[in-house]
Design a protein. Structure first.
Length: 332
Protein backbone atom coordinates (compact mmCIF):
# COMPACT_ATOMS: atom_id res chain seq x y z
CA UNK A 1 0.00 0.00 0.00
CA UNK A 2 1.38 3.38 -0.92
CA UNK A 3 1.96 5.69 1.99
CA UNK A 4 -0.23 8.78 1.57
CA UNK A 5 1.55 12.04 0.99
CA UNK A 6 0.88 14.92 3.39
CA UNK A 7 -0.62 16.88 0.51
CA UNK A 8 -3.38 14.32 -0.08
CA UNK A 9 -5.69 15.49 2.67
CA UNK A 10 -9.45 15.14 2.76
CA UNK A 11 -11.81 18.04 2.18
CA UNK A 12 -12.38 18.38 5.91
CA UNK A 13 -8.73 19.30 6.53
CA UNK A 14 -8.25 21.74 3.66
CA UNK A 15 -7.56 25.47 4.17
CA UNK A 16 -10.35 27.99 4.12
CA UNK A 17 -12.30 28.66 0.94
CA UNK A 18 -10.19 31.67 0.03
CA UNK A 19 -7.04 29.56 0.15
CA UNK A 20 -8.75 26.93 -2.01
CA UNK A 21 -9.42 29.56 -4.66
CA UNK A 22 -5.75 30.50 -4.69
CA UNK A 23 -4.87 26.87 -5.36
CA UNK A 24 -7.20 26.48 -8.32
CA UNK A 25 -4.52 27.02 -10.95
CA UNK A 26 -2.56 24.08 -9.52
CA UNK A 27 -5.24 21.63 -10.67
CA UNK A 28 -6.36 22.73 -14.10
CA UNK A 29 -4.49 24.78 -16.68
CA UNK A 30 -1.04 25.10 -18.16
CA UNK A 31 2.38 25.99 -16.85
CA UNK A 32 5.42 27.66 -18.41
CA UNK A 33 8.07 25.24 -19.62
CA UNK A 34 10.88 24.31 -17.29
CA UNK A 35 14.65 24.36 -17.79
CA UNK A 36 16.32 22.36 -20.54
CA UNK A 37 15.63 18.63 -20.42
CA UNK A 38 18.70 16.52 -19.68
CA UNK A 39 17.32 13.21 -18.37
CA UNK A 40 14.10 11.42 -19.36
CA UNK A 41 12.57 8.33 -17.74
CA UNK A 42 11.48 5.82 -20.41
CA UNK A 43 8.60 3.55 -19.43
CA UNK A 44 6.86 0.92 -21.56
CA UNK A 45 4.37 -1.91 -21.46
CA UNK A 46 5.08 -4.67 -18.98
CA UNK A 47 3.89 -8.26 -19.00
CA UNK A 48 0.62 -7.25 -17.30
CA UNK A 49 -0.35 -4.88 -20.10
CA UNK A 50 -2.34 -5.95 -23.13
CA UNK A 51 -0.40 -6.90 -26.27
CA UNK A 52 -0.06 -4.52 -29.19
CA UNK A 53 -3.28 -4.79 -31.26
CA UNK A 54 -3.33 -6.21 -34.78
CA UNK A 55 -3.80 -2.80 -36.50
CA UNK A 56 -0.28 -1.81 -35.37
CA UNK A 57 1.91 -4.80 -36.30
CA UNK A 58 4.58 -2.50 -37.70
CA UNK A 59 4.99 -0.55 -34.48
CA UNK A 60 5.73 -2.97 -31.65
CA UNK A 61 6.53 -1.30 -28.37
CA UNK A 62 10.10 -2.65 -28.24
CA UNK A 63 10.94 -1.03 -31.57
CA UNK A 64 9.31 2.23 -30.51
CA UNK A 65 11.29 2.27 -27.25
CA UNK A 66 14.56 1.70 -29.13
CA UNK A 67 13.75 4.60 -31.47
CA UNK A 68 12.83 6.88 -28.57
CA UNK A 69 16.04 6.02 -26.75
CA UNK A 70 18.15 6.66 -29.85
CA UNK A 71 16.37 9.97 -30.52
CA UNK A 72 16.95 11.15 -26.94
CA UNK A 73 20.65 10.31 -27.10
CA UNK A 74 21.02 12.08 -30.44
CA UNK A 75 19.88 15.28 -28.69
CA UNK A 76 22.21 14.78 -25.74
CA UNK A 77 19.44 13.63 -23.39
CA UNK A 78 20.04 10.64 -21.13
CA UNK A 79 17.26 7.99 -21.17
CA UNK A 80 16.87 6.17 -17.84
CA UNK A 81 14.61 3.43 -16.48
CA UNK A 82 12.16 3.44 -13.57
CA UNK A 83 14.90 2.30 -11.20
CA UNK A 84 16.69 5.66 -11.53
CA UNK A 85 16.83 7.57 -8.23
CA UNK A 86 18.58 10.69 -9.58
CA UNK A 87 16.88 13.81 -10.89
CA UNK A 88 14.59 13.24 -13.89
CA UNK A 89 12.99 16.03 -15.94
CA UNK A 90 10.16 14.15 -17.63
CA UNK A 91 8.55 10.72 -18.11
CA UNK A 92 8.16 9.41 -21.66
CA UNK A 93 5.87 6.39 -21.77
CA UNK A 94 5.09 4.09 -24.68
CA UNK A 95 1.92 2.02 -24.42
CA UNK A 96 -1.84 2.33 -24.07
CA UNK A 97 -3.90 4.14 -21.45
CA UNK A 98 -3.27 1.42 -18.86
CA UNK A 99 0.49 1.80 -19.27
CA UNK A 100 0.18 5.59 -19.10
CA UNK A 101 -1.80 5.35 -15.86
CA UNK A 102 0.97 3.17 -14.41
CA UNK A 103 3.59 5.69 -15.54
CA UNK A 104 1.68 8.52 -13.84
CA UNK A 105 2.51 6.87 -10.51
CA UNK A 106 6.20 7.60 -11.08
CA UNK A 107 5.54 11.05 -12.59
CA UNK A 108 3.27 12.18 -9.76
CA UNK A 109 5.65 10.99 -7.07
CA UNK A 110 8.45 13.04 -8.68
CA UNK A 111 6.13 15.95 -9.59
CA UNK A 112 7.30 15.97 -13.23
CA UNK A 113 5.39 16.05 -16.54
CA UNK A 114 4.52 12.96 -18.55
CA UNK A 115 4.09 12.51 -22.29
CA UNK A 116 2.55 9.38 -23.79
CA UNK A 117 3.11 7.73 -27.16
CA UNK A 118 0.30 5.36 -28.05
CA UNK A 119 1.26 1.79 -28.90
CA UNK A 120 -2.00 0.49 -27.48
CA UNK A 121 -5.64 0.66 -28.63
CA UNK A 122 -7.44 3.96 -27.96
CA UNK A 123 -4.65 5.85 -26.21
CA UNK A 124 -6.89 8.68 -25.05
CA UNK A 125 -4.19 10.02 -22.72
CA UNK A 126 -1.43 9.70 -25.33
CA UNK A 127 -0.11 12.71 -27.19
CA UNK A 128 1.31 11.04 -30.31
CA UNK A 129 1.50 7.82 -32.32
CA UNK A 130 4.70 5.81 -32.87
CA UNK A 131 5.32 7.43 -36.26
CA UNK A 132 5.94 10.73 -34.47
CA UNK A 133 8.53 9.60 -31.90
CA UNK A 134 11.46 11.55 -33.34
CA UNK A 135 9.36 14.72 -33.65
CA UNK A 136 8.12 14.34 -30.07
CA UNK A 137 11.68 14.11 -28.78
CA UNK A 138 12.76 17.11 -30.88
CA UNK A 139 9.86 19.17 -29.53
CA UNK A 140 10.62 18.16 -25.95
CA UNK A 141 14.27 19.15 -26.24
CA UNK A 142 13.38 22.45 -27.93
CA UNK A 143 10.74 23.23 -25.31
CA UNK A 144 7.90 23.31 -27.83
CA UNK A 145 5.28 22.04 -25.41
CA UNK A 146 3.01 23.15 -22.60
CA UNK A 147 2.31 21.41 -19.32
CA UNK A 148 -1.33 20.75 -18.53
CA UNK A 149 -2.30 19.95 -14.95
CA UNK A 150 -5.01 17.37 -14.29
CA UNK A 151 -7.06 16.89 -11.13
CA UNK A 152 -6.49 13.76 -9.06
CA UNK A 153 -8.63 12.19 -6.34
CA UNK A 154 -7.84 11.55 -2.70
CA UNK A 155 -9.54 8.29 -1.63
CA UNK A 156 -10.04 7.46 2.04
CA UNK A 157 -11.72 4.40 3.57
CA UNK A 158 -12.65 4.53 7.26
CA UNK A 159 -13.37 1.00 8.53
CA UNK A 160 -15.84 0.33 11.37
CA UNK A 161 -12.91 -0.28 13.74
CA UNK A 162 -11.52 3.19 12.96
CA UNK A 163 -8.73 2.03 10.65
CA UNK A 164 -8.10 4.50 7.84
CA UNK A 165 -6.54 3.56 4.49
CA UNK A 166 -5.80 5.98 1.66
CA UNK A 167 -5.01 5.98 -2.03
CA UNK A 168 -5.19 8.35 -5.00
CA UNK A 169 -6.54 8.16 -8.55
CA UNK A 170 -6.30 10.10 -11.79
CA UNK A 171 -9.24 8.56 -13.67
CA UNK A 172 -11.58 7.15 -11.06
CA UNK A 173 -12.15 5.36 -7.79
CA UNK A 174 -14.53 2.47 -8.53
CA UNK A 175 -16.42 0.77 -5.72
CA UNK A 176 -17.12 -2.86 -6.63
CA UNK A 177 -18.71 -5.87 -4.94
CA UNK A 178 -16.88 -9.17 -4.52
CA UNK A 179 -20.04 -11.28 -4.37
CA UNK A 180 -21.41 -11.31 -7.92
CA UNK A 181 -24.73 -12.79 -6.80
CA UNK A 182 -25.59 -9.89 -4.47
CA UNK A 183 -26.06 -6.16 -4.78
CA UNK A 184 -24.22 -3.50 -2.89
CA UNK A 185 -26.47 -1.50 -0.58
CA UNK A 186 -25.02 1.98 -0.25
CA UNK A 187 -25.92 5.36 1.19
CA UNK A 188 -24.34 8.35 -0.53
CA UNK A 189 -23.83 11.89 0.65
CA UNK A 190 -22.11 15.09 -0.43
CA UNK A 191 -20.31 17.44 1.95
CA UNK A 192 -21.84 15.76 4.98
CA UNK A 193 -25.40 15.92 3.65
CA UNK A 194 -27.29 12.69 2.88
CA UNK A 195 -28.37 12.45 -0.78
CA UNK A 196 -29.75 8.97 -1.45
CA UNK A 197 -29.48 5.24 -0.72
CA UNK A 198 -30.00 2.32 -3.10
CA UNK A 199 -28.79 -1.06 -4.27
CA UNK A 200 -26.32 -1.22 -7.15
CA UNK A 201 -23.49 -3.17 -8.72
CA UNK A 202 -21.04 -0.40 -7.94
CA UNK A 203 -20.20 3.31 -7.90
CA UNK A 204 -17.69 5.28 -9.94
CA UNK A 205 -16.22 8.49 -8.52
CA UNK A 206 -14.35 10.21 -11.30
CA UNK A 207 -12.35 13.24 -12.38
CA UNK A 208 -12.95 15.04 -15.70
CA UNK A 209 -10.00 13.06 -17.09
CA UNK A 210 -11.75 9.82 -16.10
CA UNK A 211 -15.11 10.92 -17.51
CA UNK A 212 -14.13 9.36 -20.88
CA UNK A 213 -13.09 6.06 -19.27
CA UNK A 214 -15.03 3.73 -16.93
CA UNK A 215 -17.57 6.43 -16.03
CA UNK A 216 -18.33 7.01 -19.72
CA UNK A 217 -18.96 3.28 -20.25
CA UNK A 218 -21.54 3.36 -17.44
CA UNK A 219 -23.50 6.28 -18.87
CA UNK A 220 -21.72 9.22 -17.30
CA UNK A 221 -21.27 12.54 -19.14
CA UNK A 222 -18.10 13.63 -20.90
CA UNK A 223 -16.53 16.51 -18.96
CA UNK A 224 -13.97 18.75 -20.64
CA UNK A 225 -10.59 18.50 -18.86
CA UNK A 226 -10.45 22.20 -18.00
CA UNK A 227 -13.76 21.99 -16.12
CA UNK A 228 -13.19 21.85 -12.38
CA UNK A 229 -15.65 19.21 -11.23
CA UNK A 230 -16.06 15.76 -9.73
CA UNK A 231 -18.35 13.04 -11.04
CA UNK A 232 -20.32 10.27 -9.31
CA UNK A 233 -21.88 7.55 -11.50
CA UNK A 234 -23.96 4.64 -10.07
CA UNK A 235 -23.52 1.30 -11.85
CA UNK A 236 -26.72 -0.70 -12.54
CA UNK A 237 -28.55 0.95 -9.65
CA UNK A 238 -32.02 -0.17 -8.48
CA UNK A 239 -33.74 3.13 -7.69
CA UNK A 240 -35.42 6.05 -9.43
CA UNK A 241 -32.91 8.75 -8.51
CA UNK A 242 -29.69 7.19 -9.75
CA UNK A 243 -28.52 9.65 -12.38
CA UNK A 244 -24.86 10.69 -12.58
CA UNK A 245 -24.03 13.65 -10.33
CA UNK A 246 -21.61 16.40 -11.36
CA UNK A 247 -20.23 18.07 -8.25
CA UNK A 248 -18.14 21.12 -7.45
CA UNK A 249 -14.36 20.70 -7.28
CA UNK A 250 -14.22 21.27 -3.52
CA UNK A 251 -17.02 18.80 -2.73
CA UNK A 252 -16.43 15.62 -0.78
CA UNK A 253 -18.28 12.51 -1.99
CA UNK A 254 -19.15 10.09 0.82
CA UNK A 255 -20.39 6.53 0.58
CA UNK A 256 -21.41 4.18 3.41
CA UNK A 257 -21.48 0.48 2.47
CA UNK A 258 -24.50 -0.99 4.28
CA UNK A 259 -24.57 -4.49 2.76
CA UNK A 260 -22.23 -6.24 0.35
CA UNK A 261 -23.01 -9.96 0.40
CA UNK A 262 -20.19 -12.40 0.96
CA UNK A 263 -16.67 -11.03 0.83
CA UNK A 264 -17.46 -7.36 1.33
CA UNK A 265 -16.43 -4.82 -1.29
CA UNK A 266 -13.33 -3.13 -2.62
CA UNK A 267 -12.48 0.16 -4.24
CA UNK A 268 -10.13 0.24 -7.23
CA UNK A 269 -8.11 3.33 -8.08
CA UNK A 270 -7.49 3.56 -11.84
CA UNK A 271 -7.94 -0.22 -12.00
CA UNK A 272 -4.46 -0.62 -10.51
CA UNK A 273 -4.50 -0.14 -6.74
CA UNK A 274 -7.24 -1.39 -4.42
CA UNK A 275 -8.51 -0.78 -0.90
CA UNK A 276 -10.60 -3.21 1.13
CA UNK A 277 -14.07 -1.87 2.00
CA UNK A 278 -15.78 -3.89 4.77
CA UNK A 279 -19.48 -3.55 5.48
CA UNK A 280 -20.10 -0.45 7.57
CA UNK A 281 -17.09 1.39 6.15
CA UNK A 282 -17.31 5.01 5.07
CA UNK A 283 -15.60 6.11 1.85
CA UNK A 284 -14.57 9.72 1.32
CA UNK A 285 -13.45 10.90 -2.11
CA UNK A 286 -12.34 14.48 -2.77
CA UNK A 287 -9.95 16.41 -4.95
CA UNK A 288 -6.33 15.86 -3.96
CA UNK A 289 -4.03 18.82 -3.62
CA UNK A 290 -1.34 17.19 -5.76
CA UNK A 291 -2.32 17.01 -9.47
CA UNK A 292 -0.54 15.22 -12.30
CA UNK A 293 1.21 17.05 -15.14
CA UNK A 294 0.70 16.16 -18.78
CA UNK A 295 2.98 17.49 -21.55
CA UNK A 296 1.04 18.71 -24.59
CA UNK A 297 2.24 19.56 -28.11
CA UNK A 298 -1.09 19.84 -29.86
CA UNK A 299 -3.26 22.79 -28.86
CA UNK A 300 -6.30 21.49 -30.78
CA UNK A 301 -9.64 21.68 -28.90
CA UNK A 302 -10.66 18.75 -26.73
CA UNK A 303 -13.61 18.17 -29.07
CA UNK A 304 -11.21 17.23 -31.87
CA UNK A 305 -9.60 14.63 -29.58
CA UNK A 306 -13.03 13.14 -28.88
CA UNK A 307 -13.79 12.91 -32.59
CA UNK A 308 -10.43 11.33 -33.40
CA UNK A 309 -10.20 8.84 -30.53
CA UNK A 310 -13.84 7.68 -30.68
CA UNK A 311 -14.06 7.96 -34.48
CA UNK A 312 -17.24 10.02 -34.17
CA UNK A 313 -19.32 10.74 -37.30
CA UNK A 314 -19.17 14.46 -38.13
CA UNK A 315 -20.04 14.50 -41.82
CA UNK A 316 -23.34 16.32 -41.31
CA UNK A 317 -21.74 19.06 -39.25
CA UNK A 318 -19.03 19.70 -41.81
CA UNK A 319 -21.57 19.78 -44.64
CA UNK A 320 -23.69 22.32 -42.75
CA UNK A 321 -20.64 24.42 -41.93
CA UNK A 322 -19.55 24.43 -45.59
CA UNK A 323 -23.05 25.43 -46.72
CA UNK A 324 -23.16 28.28 -44.20
CA UNK A 325 -19.76 29.52 -45.36
CA UNK A 326 -20.83 29.38 -49.03
CA UNK A 327 -24.07 31.28 -48.43
CA UNK A 328 -22.28 33.96 -46.43
CA UNK A 329 -19.34 34.24 -48.79
CA UNK A 330 -16.91 33.09 -46.11
CA UNK A 331 -13.75 31.10 -46.71
CA UNK A 332 -12.45 28.02 -44.91
Amino acid sequence: MNKPSPSDTSAATRPAESAGRRQTSEHVGTEPRRRRISRVMLLQRDLNDKPVPVPRPSAPTATAVARASAALRSHGVEPVGPECTDHVDLVLVLGGDGTILRAFEAARERDIPLVGINTGHVGFLAEADPDGIEQVVADLVAGRFTVETRTTLNVEVVSPDGTITREWALNEAALEKRDRARMLEVAIGVDGQAVSSFGCDGLIMSTPTGSTAYAFSCGGPVIWPEVEALLLVPVAAHALFTRPLVLGPESCMEVVVQRAGFGGAEIWCDGRRSLDVPVGARIRVSRAQRPVRLARFNQAPFASRLVRKFDLPVEGWRASASADESSSGGTA
